[in-house]
Design a protein around this ligand. Structure first.
Ligand SMILES: Cc1cc2nc3c(=O)[nH]c(=O)nc-3n(C[C@H](O)[C@H](O)[C@H](O)COP(=O)(O)O)c2cc1C
Length: 223
Protein backbone atom coordinates (compact mmCIF):
# COMPACT_ATOMS: atom_id res chain seq x y z
CA UNK A 1 0.00 0.00 0.00
CA UNK A 2 1.36 3.44 -0.92
CA UNK A 3 1.53 6.32 1.54
CA UNK A 4 -1.26 8.18 -0.28
CA UNK A 5 -3.51 5.11 0.03
CA UNK A 6 -2.78 4.88 3.76
CA UNK A 7 -3.43 8.60 4.26
CA UNK A 8 -6.63 8.45 2.20
CA UNK A 9 -7.87 5.43 4.17
CA UNK A 10 -7.41 7.27 7.48
CA UNK A 11 -9.05 10.43 6.11
CA UNK A 12 -12.03 8.43 4.85
CA UNK A 13 -12.37 6.33 7.98
CA UNK A 14 -12.62 9.40 10.25
CA UNK A 15 -16.09 10.73 10.86
CA UNK A 16 -17.66 12.97 13.49
CA UNK A 17 -18.67 10.63 16.28
CA UNK A 18 -21.83 11.66 18.18
CA UNK A 19 -22.22 8.72 20.58
CA UNK A 20 -19.37 7.30 22.63
CA UNK A 21 -18.89 4.29 24.84
CA UNK A 22 -17.71 5.12 28.37
CA UNK A 23 -14.36 3.27 28.12
CA UNK A 24 -11.46 5.65 28.77
CA UNK A 25 -8.61 6.13 26.33
CA UNK A 26 -5.28 5.26 27.97
CA UNK A 27 -3.08 8.28 28.64
CA UNK A 28 -0.24 6.93 26.50
CA UNK A 29 -2.64 6.74 23.53
CA UNK A 30 -3.74 10.36 24.10
CA UNK A 31 -0.09 11.33 24.36
CA UNK A 32 0.60 9.55 21.06
CA UNK A 33 -2.25 11.42 19.35
CA UNK A 34 -0.77 14.79 20.41
CA UNK A 35 2.77 13.59 19.62
CA UNK A 36 1.61 12.93 16.04
CA UNK A 37 -0.69 15.94 15.58
CA UNK A 38 1.99 18.44 16.64
CA UNK A 39 3.82 17.90 13.32
CA UNK A 40 1.38 20.12 11.39
CA UNK A 41 2.75 23.41 10.02
CA UNK A 42 2.08 26.79 11.60
CA UNK A 43 2.99 30.33 10.63
CA UNK A 44 6.55 31.06 11.92
CA UNK A 45 6.37 27.64 13.57
CA UNK A 46 4.62 29.39 16.47
CA UNK A 47 2.68 26.17 17.25
CA UNK A 48 -0.08 28.20 18.88
CA UNK A 49 -2.20 25.20 19.95
CA UNK A 50 -2.60 24.27 23.59
CA UNK A 51 -5.01 21.55 24.68
CA UNK A 52 -6.64 21.08 28.06
CA UNK A 53 -7.56 17.38 28.18
CA UNK A 54 -10.01 15.89 30.69
CA UNK A 55 -9.98 12.37 32.10
CA UNK A 56 -12.37 10.49 34.37
CA UNK A 57 -14.35 12.62 36.81
CA UNK A 58 -12.92 15.81 35.31
CA UNK A 59 -14.87 15.13 32.10
CA UNK A 60 -18.10 14.70 34.10
CA UNK A 61 -17.46 17.86 36.13
CA UNK A 62 -17.02 19.84 32.92
CA UNK A 63 -20.06 18.20 31.28
CA UNK A 64 -22.20 19.13 34.30
CA UNK A 65 -20.87 22.70 34.44
CA UNK A 66 -21.43 23.16 30.70
CA UNK A 67 -24.99 21.89 30.81
CA UNK A 68 -25.77 24.15 33.79
CA UNK A 69 -24.29 27.13 31.92
CA UNK A 70 -26.28 26.42 28.77
CA UNK A 71 -29.49 26.42 30.83
CA UNK A 72 -28.90 29.98 32.06
CA UNK A 73 -26.24 31.86 30.06
CA UNK A 74 -26.18 33.50 26.64
CA UNK A 75 -23.68 31.96 24.17
CA UNK A 76 -20.58 34.00 23.34
CA UNK A 77 -17.72 32.94 21.06
CA UNK A 78 -14.18 34.28 21.41
CA UNK A 79 -13.85 34.46 17.63
CA UNK A 80 -16.51 35.60 15.17
CA UNK A 81 -18.91 32.87 14.14
CA UNK A 82 -20.24 32.67 10.57
CA UNK A 83 -22.45 35.67 9.70
CA UNK A 84 -24.51 33.37 7.50
CA UNK A 85 -24.53 30.36 5.17
CA UNK A 86 -25.74 31.00 1.63
CA UNK A 87 -25.83 29.14 -1.68
CA UNK A 88 -23.95 25.87 -1.76
CA UNK A 89 -22.77 26.35 1.84
CA UNK A 90 -26.36 26.58 3.05
CA UNK A 91 -27.21 23.45 1.04
CA UNK A 92 -24.33 21.46 2.51
CA UNK A 93 -25.15 22.63 6.02
CA UNK A 94 -28.79 21.61 5.57
CA UNK A 95 -27.83 18.26 4.01
CA UNK A 96 -25.53 17.17 6.85
CA UNK A 97 -28.06 18.39 9.43
CA UNK A 98 -30.79 16.26 7.83
CA UNK A 99 -28.49 13.27 7.61
CA UNK A 100 -28.07 13.46 11.38
CA UNK A 101 -31.77 14.06 12.07
CA UNK A 102 -32.82 11.23 9.73
CA UNK A 103 -30.33 8.91 11.42
CA UNK A 104 -31.69 9.62 14.91
CA UNK A 105 -35.34 9.77 13.80
CA UNK A 106 -36.05 13.50 14.14
CA UNK A 107 -38.82 14.45 11.70
CA UNK A 108 -39.13 17.76 9.82
CA UNK A 109 -40.72 20.38 12.08
CA UNK A 110 -39.88 18.51 15.29
CA UNK A 111 -38.26 21.45 17.06
CA UNK A 112 -38.09 19.63 20.40
CA UNK A 113 -36.37 16.65 18.78
CA UNK A 114 -33.79 18.72 16.89
CA UNK A 115 -33.20 20.84 20.00
CA UNK A 116 -32.63 17.74 22.11
CA UNK A 117 -30.14 16.40 19.55
CA UNK A 118 -28.34 19.77 19.55
CA UNK A 119 -28.15 19.64 23.34
CA UNK A 120 -26.19 16.39 23.06
CA UNK A 121 -23.26 18.66 22.18
CA UNK A 122 -23.25 19.93 25.76
CA UNK A 123 -23.26 16.40 27.16
CA UNK A 124 -20.14 15.95 24.97
CA UNK A 125 -22.05 13.07 23.34
CA UNK A 126 -21.15 11.08 26.48
CA UNK A 127 -17.46 11.04 25.54
CA UNK A 128 -15.02 10.02 28.28
CA UNK A 129 -12.62 12.83 27.29
CA UNK A 130 -12.66 16.33 25.88
CA UNK A 131 -9.75 18.40 24.60
CA UNK A 132 -10.24 22.17 24.74
CA UNK A 133 -8.23 23.84 21.97
CA UNK A 134 -6.94 27.37 22.63
CA UNK A 135 -4.71 29.82 20.82
CA UNK A 136 -2.92 32.98 22.01
CA UNK A 137 -5.24 35.96 21.42
CA UNK A 138 -2.37 38.03 20.05
CA UNK A 139 -1.95 35.64 17.09
CA UNK A 140 -5.46 36.46 15.89
CA UNK A 141 -7.15 34.60 13.03
CA UNK A 142 -3.89 33.08 11.76
CA UNK A 143 -3.31 31.47 15.15
CA UNK A 144 -6.82 30.05 14.88
CA UNK A 145 -6.06 28.87 11.35
CA UNK A 146 -2.93 27.03 12.55
CA UNK A 147 -5.01 25.43 15.30
CA UNK A 148 -7.50 24.23 12.68
CA UNK A 149 -4.69 22.18 11.15
CA UNK A 150 -3.86 20.80 14.56
CA UNK A 151 -7.50 19.86 15.18
CA UNK A 152 -7.62 17.96 11.88
CA UNK A 153 -4.34 16.17 12.59
CA UNK A 154 -5.58 15.28 16.08
CA UNK A 155 -8.73 13.69 14.64
CA UNK A 156 -6.72 11.74 12.05
CA UNK A 157 -4.04 10.55 14.48
CA UNK A 158 -6.83 9.50 16.84
CA UNK A 159 -8.57 7.52 14.09
CA UNK A 160 -5.29 5.82 13.17
CA UNK A 161 -5.14 4.67 16.81
CA UNK A 162 -8.77 3.49 16.85
CA UNK A 163 -10.06 6.55 18.72
CA UNK A 164 -13.12 8.45 17.51
CA UNK A 165 -13.54 12.21 17.73
CA UNK A 166 -15.87 15.11 17.10
CA UNK A 167 -14.73 18.71 16.80
CA UNK A 168 -17.24 21.00 18.53
CA UNK A 169 -17.61 24.72 17.99
CA UNK A 170 -20.75 24.40 20.13
CA UNK A 171 -18.62 24.06 23.26
CA UNK A 172 -16.62 27.17 22.34
CA UNK A 173 -19.88 29.12 22.15
CA UNK A 174 -19.74 29.14 25.96
CA UNK A 175 -16.16 30.39 26.04
CA UNK A 176 -16.58 32.26 29.36
CA UNK A 177 -17.58 29.05 31.15
CA UNK A 178 -14.77 27.09 29.48
CA UNK A 179 -12.22 29.74 30.55
CA UNK A 180 -13.59 29.94 34.10
CA UNK A 181 -13.89 26.18 34.55
CA UNK A 182 -10.35 25.39 33.42
CA UNK A 183 -8.71 28.57 34.74
CA UNK A 184 -7.59 29.68 31.26
CA UNK A 185 -6.20 33.20 30.90
CA UNK A 186 -7.90 36.05 29.03
CA UNK A 187 -4.88 36.05 26.74
CA UNK A 188 -6.08 32.81 25.10
CA UNK A 189 -8.92 32.29 22.63
CA UNK A 190 -11.15 29.27 23.19
CA UNK A 191 -11.50 27.92 19.64
CA UNK A 192 -13.26 24.59 19.88
CA UNK A 193 -13.45 21.34 21.76
CA UNK A 194 -12.69 17.83 20.56
CA UNK A 195 -14.71 15.20 22.39
CA UNK A 196 -13.12 11.80 21.97
CA UNK A 197 -13.21 8.15 22.99
CA UNK A 198 -14.41 4.92 21.42
CA UNK A 199 -17.48 5.36 19.24
CA UNK A 200 -20.66 3.37 19.77
CA UNK A 201 -20.89 1.81 16.31
CA UNK A 202 -24.49 0.69 16.89
CA UNK A 203 -25.79 4.14 17.81
CA UNK A 204 -27.94 5.69 15.04
CA UNK A 205 -26.12 9.05 15.39
CA UNK A 206 -23.00 7.33 14.08
CA UNK A 207 -24.85 5.61 11.25
CA UNK A 208 -24.30 8.07 8.40
CA UNK A 209 -21.39 9.60 6.48
CA UNK A 210 -21.29 13.06 4.93
CA UNK A 211 -20.56 13.81 1.26
CA UNK A 212 -17.75 15.83 -0.27
CA UNK A 213 -17.69 18.07 -3.33
CA UNK A 214 -15.83 16.71 -6.36
CA UNK A 215 -12.26 17.91 -6.97
CA UNK A 216 -13.54 19.70 -10.08
CA UNK A 217 -15.83 21.79 -7.87
CA UNK A 218 -12.94 22.71 -5.58
CA UNK A 219 -10.10 23.55 -7.97
CA UNK A 220 -10.15 26.68 -10.11
CA UNK A 221 -7.25 26.15 -12.50
CA UNK A 222 -5.52 29.38 -13.48
CA UNK A 223 -3.70 28.91 -16.78
C1 LIG B 1 -14.25 23.44 13.60
C2 LIG B 1 -15.38 22.45 13.62
C3 LIG B 1 -16.43 22.64 14.50
C4 LIG B 1 -17.47 21.70 14.55
N1 LIG B 1 -18.47 21.87 15.46
C5 LIG B 1 -19.39 20.91 15.61
C6 LIG B 1 -20.34 20.98 16.67
O1 LIG B 1 -20.37 21.93 17.46
N2 LIG B 1 -21.23 19.96 16.82
C7 LIG B 1 -21.23 18.88 15.96
O2 LIG B 1 -22.05 17.97 16.15
N3 LIG B 1 -20.34 18.78 14.95
C8 LIG B 1 -19.42 19.76 14.77
N4 LIG B 1 -18.48 19.64 13.79
C9 LIG B 1 -18.48 18.47 12.90
C10 LIG B 1 -18.98 18.81 11.50
O3 LIG B 1 -20.38 18.94 11.51
C11 LIG B 1 -18.53 17.69 10.56
O4 LIG B 1 -17.13 17.69 10.49
C12 LIG B 1 -19.09 17.82 9.13
O5 LIG B 1 -20.48 17.73 9.12
C13 LIG B 1 -18.50 16.74 8.21
O6 LIG B 1 -18.83 15.44 8.72
P1 LIG B 1 -17.72 14.41 9.18
O7 LIG B 1 -16.82 15.05 10.19
O8 LIG B 1 -18.50 13.26 9.77
O9 LIG B 1 -16.93 14.01 7.95
C14 LIG B 1 -17.45 20.58 13.69
C15 LIG B 1 -16.37 20.40 12.82
C16 LIG B 1 -15.35 21.32 12.78
C17 LIG B 1 -14.19 21.07 11.84
Amino acid sequence: MTQIDTLTDILKARYSCRAFRPDPVPRDVIDRIVRTARHVPSWCNAQPWQVTVTEGAATDRFRDALQAEVATATPKFDIDGPSGYSGVYAERRRACGWQLYDAVGVQKGDRAGSGAQMMRNFALFDAPHVAIVTSPAELGPYGAMDCGGFVTAFTLAAKALGVDTVAQAAVASYSDLVRRHFGLGDDRLVLCAISFGYGDADHPANGFRTDRAAPGDIIDWAT
